[in-house]
Design a protein around this ligand. Structure first.
Ligand SMILES: NC(=O)C1=CN([C@@H]2O[C@H](COP(=O)(O)OP(=O)(O)OC[C@H]3O[C@@H](n4cnc5c(N)ncnc54)[C@H](OP(=O)(O)O)[C@@H]3O)[C@@H](O)[C@H]2O)C=CC1
Ligand SMILES: CC(C)(CO)C(=O)C(=O)O
Length: 307
């Protein structure tokens, strides 16, 4: 199976690098400066599961290549509009597109751009970031991809994809309820990135401090209620499940949004928290903590624009 990994950043570099190590046929789609860096030193991963450094094959926009069997999208949501035309030459009749981004809105965008039948449901659980030298740093034990057909069918193509993603050193699962999985992850990451950026602290401190834990629990309840009221595939267990997941994290755990803010980088505020609030726009219910979080993130963005 020929893979194209779009973006050799924190998640693309990690999962793509492990697929290269396994011996899969992998090409990365990167921008020119990243291509030069990768040509010089290769892809460097420093992980709690073991470090490695490997040469990789990379192409940039406009370079010729036959259509790929699976295109893994691992850029930030705000990168997607720029990519909409760049990827077309690499998409053939049988190409599967597997997005690993956080959130929900991007699925619509990708379906409209490339055709519904091409786009799988997908997500990942991993804590990873790029170091100042471009190497990937992965810090928590979990490193999991979940994917599946949007309609839940276990198809031949997803079985083939599972075979190729399996045994690469990360965990992978094919789901027959990927829409629910996407929302479970969305609720987790929206609440985690919200509370860590609002409190400017890591998970352990937030949960150990009665006042911030109480705010987190209210915020989580708001997000679950909002998504449920908007008709999303939310079940009654998701709130308790998310809280349990939060409690199981290592205390030093940070969200990727929080890491990006520490590095003064752009963030996915509109894509994650803005999109949630947009779902509630036509209802009369208010979500005060989520609204506060979003305002705080927009202030960060406006200050970023001025530097
Ligand atoms: N980091 C994490 O722990 C997790 C992140 N996620 C989600 O995964 C997604 C990706 O996040 P993450 O990996 O952290 O992001 P990064 O910013 O680390 O990586 C994104 C990469 O995309 C590249 N890119 C952007 N535009 C283009 C383009 N036009 N052509 C080629 N490459 C491009 C960037 O390249 P360049 O170097 O040139 O800027 C960058 O290396 C987000 O939706 C995030 O929320 C999900 C789970 C965990
Ligand atoms: C919560 C986490 C680390 C889990 O994958 C994540 O997705 C993020 O911070 O972007």
């Amino acid at each position: 199976m020929r893979f194209l990994i779009v973006g050799a950043g924190a998640i693309g570099g990690y999962f793509g690098g492990l697929l290269v190590q396994k011996g899969e046929d992998v090409t990365f789609f990167v921008r020119p400066s990243k291509k030069s860096q990768l040509a010089e030193v290769g892809l460097i991963v420093r992980s709690v599961h073991g470090d490695f450094q490997t040469p990789i094959r990379a192409i940039t926009n406009g370079e010729a290549a036959d259509p790929f069997d699976c295109i893994i999208i691992s850029v930030k949501a705000y990168h997607l509009p720029q990519l909409q035309f760049d990827l077309e030459p690499y998409i053939g009749d049988h190409t599967m597109i597997l997005p690993l981004l956080n959130g929900y809105e991007h699925f619509d965008f990708l379906r409209k751009q490339f055709g519904s039948e091409k786009v799988l449901g997908g997500l990942c659980y991993i804590e990873t970031t790029l170091d100042h030298d471009g190497s990937v740093v992965q810090t928590s034990p979990f490193h999991r991809i979940v994917f599946g057909e949007w309609n839940g069918v276990h198809s031949e193509r997803t079985q083939l994809l599972l075979n190729h993603l399996d045994h690469a050193g990360f965990t992978v699962a094919r789901s027959h309820d990927i829409q629910r999985e996407v929302w479970q992850k969305y609720i987790f990451v929206a609440s985690l990135s919200a509370i860590t950026t609002l409190m400017d602290a890591s998970v352990g401190t937030i949960l150990a401090t009665a006042e911030s834990r109480a705010i987190y629990e209210k915020l989580l309840h708001e997000i679950v209620t909002l998504a449920h009221n908007a008709g999303m595939p939310i079940d009654s267990e998701m709130e308790a499940h998310t809280l349990k997941t939060m409690e199981s994290l290592r205390p030093e755990m940070m969200s990727s949004m929080q890491r990006d803010m520490l590095k003064k980088l752009p963030i996915e505020a509109s894509h994650l928290h803005g999109s949630l609030l947009a779902l509630a726009a036509t209802s009369n219910t208010v979500y005060p903590i989520l609204e506060t979080v979003y305002a705080r993130l927009k202030v960060y963005e406006s200050l970023l624009d001025t530097v």
